[in-house]
Design a protein around this ligand. Structure first.
Ligand SMILES: [Zn+2]
Ligand SMILES: [Zn+2]
Length: 285
């Protein structure tokens, strides 16, 4: 059971009533080398009380270790580690060993991911992606960790594999940066997953996605930045960062008739429940 104590009050700056969680960020990457501490502070100032930082990249070159180190360094950062579908061709026994070592070393690793299928970029052959996805689902089950799923233009295969390998696990997970169909959203809910929306939901041309978001119950929803990518309106064209998750909350609030603070509090509680964290749930009560 993962139970973390409340963060020290000194690190909570800004509006005390606001609680947001960025459920998917990549702030360990080189895009943030010059000003990472300022980026984290800006998030705290904006009311972002937790960030799930997702380690991706070649699993053999220290990228996963870097993500875990960052989470170890900050009380309000958590880590997910896994081999992204882009890098599925690099997934092997040595990668498994590195991940297992990190899971043993750090309590801040709360999820296995991001894993899944990406048939848009096809950076790894599709059969290799499917094999790495299935294998990591088995490993996540053994490790008793929720998963973070990345899927793009691969809905049918993603649903089929999750039904085979994950449905009975009872461990849950996150369908991250959701940009799929209503069918995928319904299948994700049926699989016990939370659906996380990113800045795409703020884009002018995203009416279809907003229609799907309107049908996702708020108690099954998360918000994320996926930074440095996918800056929401009005920050498009610039590097994204966790403080901007508020713009995603605003868009979801408009869709569901709630305030930005209400969306923040609800999605923060969903995040805390998924990972068995008492915090930031307690601070939102
Ligand atoms: Zn992704
Ligand atoms: Zn990502």
């Amino acid at each position: 059971m993962l139970v973390h104590q409340a963060d020290s009050p000194s690190s909570i700056v800004g509006r005390p009533s606001s609680v947001f969680v960025d459920s998917h960020a990549h702030i360990d990457g080189p895009e943030f080398d010059a000003d990472r501490d300022e980026v984290i502070q800006r998030a705290r100032d904006a009311g972002v009380r937790a960030i799930l930082n997702v380690g991706t990249g070649d699993p053999h070159n220290g990228s996963l270790e870097r993500a875990v180190e960052l989470a170890e360094h900050h009380p309000d950062l958590y880590a997910a580690i896994g081999v992204h579908p882009h890098d599925a061709r690099l997934f092997d026994e040595a990668a498994e060993e590195r991940i297992h070592k990190l899971l043993k070393a750090s309590r801040k690793v709360v999820a296995w991911g991001e894993i899944g299928l990406d048939y848009h970029y096809d950076n790894s052959p599709r059969d290799v992606q499917r094999a790495a996805f299935r294998r990591q689902l088995v490993l996540a089950r053994e490790a008793k960790l929720p998963i973070v799923i990345h899927t793009r233009e691969a809905e049918d295969d993603t649903i089929e594999i999750l039904r085979d390998e994950w449905k009975e696990s009872g461990l849950g997970g996150i369908m991250h940066c959701f940009s799929g169909s209503l069918t995928l959203a319904e299948a994700s809910l049926e699989l016990g997953l939370l659906i996380s929306f990113a800045g795409v939901v703020t884009f002018k041309k995203a009416d279809d996605l907003r229609a799907v978001a309107a049908k996702v119950p708020l108690d099954r929803m998360l918000i994320e930045t996926d930074c440095p990518y996918l800056s929401p309106v009005p920050y498009r064209g610039r590097r994204n960062e966790p403080a901007h998750v508020i713009e995603v909350a605003r868009a979801i609030g408009t869709i569901h008739g709630k305030t930005v603070e209400e969306i923040g509090a609800i999605t923060a509680a969903n995040f805390a429940n998924l990972f068995g964290l008492r915090w930031p749930c307690e601070t939102s009560a």
